[in-house]
Design a protein around this ligand. Structure first.
Ligand code: IPM
Ligand code: MN
Length: 365
């Protein structure tokens, strides 16, 4: 029996309830493949700050260090509650960014995917969606403004000031560009390179390196596009995109817009890949307003498990089956209240029931 150690960080808000459904799926896939996914739960996020005094406690670091892969739920509190935690220990700055840094998870893969049958979730008109939405955003995750030098203080005029630097070196750009080209090669062989080189020197270097790396991929067409224009075209004509690559901050913003064109961030799983460790997480926040009500859809968390199966354990077949099982549940007319619109005719079910239905679809494959 193969044993894989999984660190499970349930996080805050809706994290525990959607993680529970994802774990059901993971356990089932393990059991039918003679694999034991050894689950090691560890505190992480605001809940960990309150229980352990730190959002990324030492014991969690150890469990993550020893894990073959990490499954992480969303973290964070609402704006007001966040203020009860010292700024550097707030879960985003005190846990999530250190997690990314610790495992150097530079490649963040965010599929923006809505098959034709689920087009009703999208706010875009049917004529814009066409055959559905299917693109992948590749976001650099450990550089740029998020990790650059920061300074706050009082300037010579006695005014409060802040300075944050957007830093990249060529190796950081090269490695994410390679991931993007490799991904494009497996898909439509078109890579949109997102930049802002009419203003930012960081983008000038970024483009230079992407062009250089592109010499090793003569079969891939590279289309440079300004980030603001890309935001527009994501709404006007998303099907022109297939694989998009971008720096950290651009990726944070555009990937939320990706969730927007799908109809919900709840439909956005993601993978964060480093040289020796990967972690998997929904792209959305912890949605404290709906936490504990059993109405959050676990799609992003189950999708993160699907990505884990493919990317950490080479179980592409099972991964595809998990995706298909989720789509079958939707196409049979079920949804959770968080994804539904007042006019929709979907049958609304709980988080747990959604997980159960995905499991029973999966059992039939
Ligand atoms: C994301 C999130 C995080 C980010 C937050 C929670 C720090 O928005 O993964 O996109 O900005 O990267
Ligand atoms: Mn974000």
């Amino acid at each position: 029996m193969t044993v894989y150690k999984i660190a499970v960080l349930e996080g805050d808000g809706i994290g525990p309830e959607i993680t529970q459904e994802a774990i059901k799926i993971l356990k089932f896939v393990g059991s039918r493949n003679q694999i034991e996914f050894e689950l090691n739960y560890a505190p992480f996020g605001a809940a960990a700050y309150f229980s352990h005094g730190h959002p990324f406690p030492v014991e969690t670091k150890k469990i993550c260090d020893e894990a073959d892969a990490i499954l992480k739920g969303p973290i964070g509190l609402n704006h007001e509650d966040s203020k009860t935690i010292p700024i550097d220990l707030q879960p985003e700055r005190g846990a999530l960014l250190p997690l990314r840094k610790r495992y150097n998870t530079f490649a963040n893969i965010r599929p923006v995917f809505l098959p034709h049958g689920l087009a009703h979730f999208s706010p875009l008109k049917p004529e814009i969606i066409g055959n559905g939405i299917d693109l992948i955003m590749i976001r650099e995750l450990v550089g740029g403004l998020y990790f650059g030098k920061k300074e706050t203080g009082i300037n010579e005029d006695g005014k409060r000031f802040v300075s944050e630097t957007l830093e990249y070196n060529e190796d950081q750009i090269k490695r994410i560009a390679k991931v993007a080209f490799d991904t494009a090669r497996k898909r439509k062989k078109v890579l949109h390179n997102i930049h802002k080189s009419n203003v930012l020197k960081s983008s000038v270097l970024w483009n230079e390196i992407v062009e250089e790396v592109g010499k090793d991929y003569p079969d891939i067409e590279v289309i440079p596009i300004l980030v603001d224009a890309a935001a527009t075209y994501l709404c006007l004509n998303p099907s022109q995109f297939d694989v998009m690559v971008m720096e950290n901050m651009f990726g944070d913003i555009l990937s939320d817009q990706g969730g927007g064109i799908l109809g919900s961030l709840g439909l956005m799983p993601s993978a964060c890949l480093g040289p020796d460790k990967a972690y998997y997480e929904p792209s959305h926040g912890s949605a404290p307003d709906i936490a504990g009500k059993g109405i959050a859809n676990p799609y992003s968390m189950i999708g993160s498990v699907a990505m884990m199966l493919e990317m950490s354990f080479n179980m592409d077949g099972e991964s595809n089956k998990v995706w298909q099982a989720m789509q079958s549940v939707f196409s049979k007319g079920f949804s959770t209240p968080d994804l539904s619109k007042p006019e929709s005719k979907l049958e609304l079910i709980s988080t747990e029931k959604f997980g159960d239905l995905v499991l029973s679809e999966l059992e039939q494959t």
